[in-house]
Design a binder for this molecule. Structure first.
Ligand code: 5AD
Length: 330
């Protein structure tokens, strides 16, 4: 199926839009069935050496910083495992405090205690050797959004010391080392155009990441982009459907940013081809501090609440939420 991406991203014809979503559901169901996989998100640190213009925990942001200890992280996993999670996603800013030795120790211990679980890391750019060690320690997957596939656009979202080429190199290294790799981008980030979005879609078609995380840009207080308009929920959902059709096997989360922007955002995403949800397993008292954007979802709630809420939402729209690692299907 050759997609007319320009038309599908801009048409106001409700019939064409509904057909797009129906096709995305059909393609997803053929590969994964009517199943939505859960990932337990553990936000392990909000320290970050980077100064990305959009991000609420950038280096210059005046926020209270925290780090979770290995014991705290393991306690989150324990609770998550009890709740039926079989993937844990350790996410954080780029924080040199977590040396390779430490992170490897944490990954090894999670895999030792929960051998039926996948470990996903989302800790930003690291060197190839570091990635190799983490892979050897047992990490299965790595999320590193490319943020934009247009190098000039990349330069307008990031300070000069960050590089598009290095980002892409990291993604390639992760792939070569045998990780299931997640890329992705924000929808409606400042200076994004239809042309840059088409480059994102081309990148996804050629690199074929196992996971693609996309969500609307949401302005974050205290950042250079704090007064920029938020991205569109509608456009995000169309892009999800297009990505599903271009790459039928992709694991595609209905992101919290979508849930934050629209009360039914995640349900709409699943109805347009998404098949992953990532409830928060972080300790209740550190959640508010991981404020990458304003009004982030379920800031004050407990792991069990977030998990029950999301499960109920998925069941209500007719999806199964299995207790399963939910690996990429080749
Ligand atoms: N709005 C939406 N998404 C954001 N991210 C960072 N800041 C924002 C924001 N203000 C996304 C980035 C990053 C991921 C962890 O969160 O794409 O890769």
């Amino acid at each position: 199926m050759k997609l007319d991406v320009d038309y599908l991203l801009t048409t106001s014809d409700p019939v064409a839009t509904e057909e797009l979503f129906a096709e995305a559901r059909r393609v997803r169901d053929e590969v994964y069935g009517r199943r939505v996989f859960m990932r337990g998100l553990i936000e392990i640190t909000n320290h970050c050496k980077n100064n990305c213009l959009y991000c609420g925990i950038r280096r210059d942001a005046r926020v209270q910083r925290y780090r979770l200890t290995q014991e705290q992280i393991l306690a989150c996993c324990q609770e998550g495992h009890r709740l039926g999670f079989r993937t844990f996603v350790l996410q954080g800013g780029e924080d040199g405090w977590y040396t390779d030795d430490m992170l490897c120790g944490i990954v090894e211990e999670i895999k030792r205690r929960f051998p039926d679980c996948a470990v996903t890391l989302s800790m930003g750019e690291r060197g190839r050797d570091s990635f190799r060690r983490l892979r050897e320690a047992g990490a299965d997957r790595y999320l590193l959004r490319h943020e934009t596939a247009d190098s000039e656009h990349y330069g307008r979202l990031h300070p000069a010391e960050m590089s598009f080429d290095h980002r892409m190199q990291c993604l390639q290294d992760l792939r070569d080392l045998g990780f299931q790799v997640g890329a992705g981008f924000m929808v409606g980030s400042p200076h994004q155009t239809l042309e840059t979005l088409k480059k994102d879609l081309q990148f996804i078609e050629t690199f074929r990441p196992e996971m693609v995380g996309i969500g609307p840009f949401i302005p974050a207080a205290g950042t250079p982009f704090e007064h920029m308009p938020a991205g569109s929920v509608e456009l995000t959902i169309r892009l999800l459907a297009i990505i599903r059709i271009l790459h039928p096997h992709v694991l595609l989360p209905a992101t919290s940013a979508l849930g934050t922007m629209h009360p039914q955002g995640r349900e709409r995403a699943v109805n347009a081809g998404a098949n992953v949800v990532m409830p928060n397993l972080s300790p209740q008292d550190t959640r508010a501090l991981y404020a990458i954007y304003n009004n982030k979802l379920s800031t004050g709630s407990e792991a069990a609440e977030s998990a029950a809420d999301i499960r109920a939402r998925m069941k209500a729209i007719g999806y199964d939420v299995p207790t399963d690692r939910g690996d990429f299907v080749k």
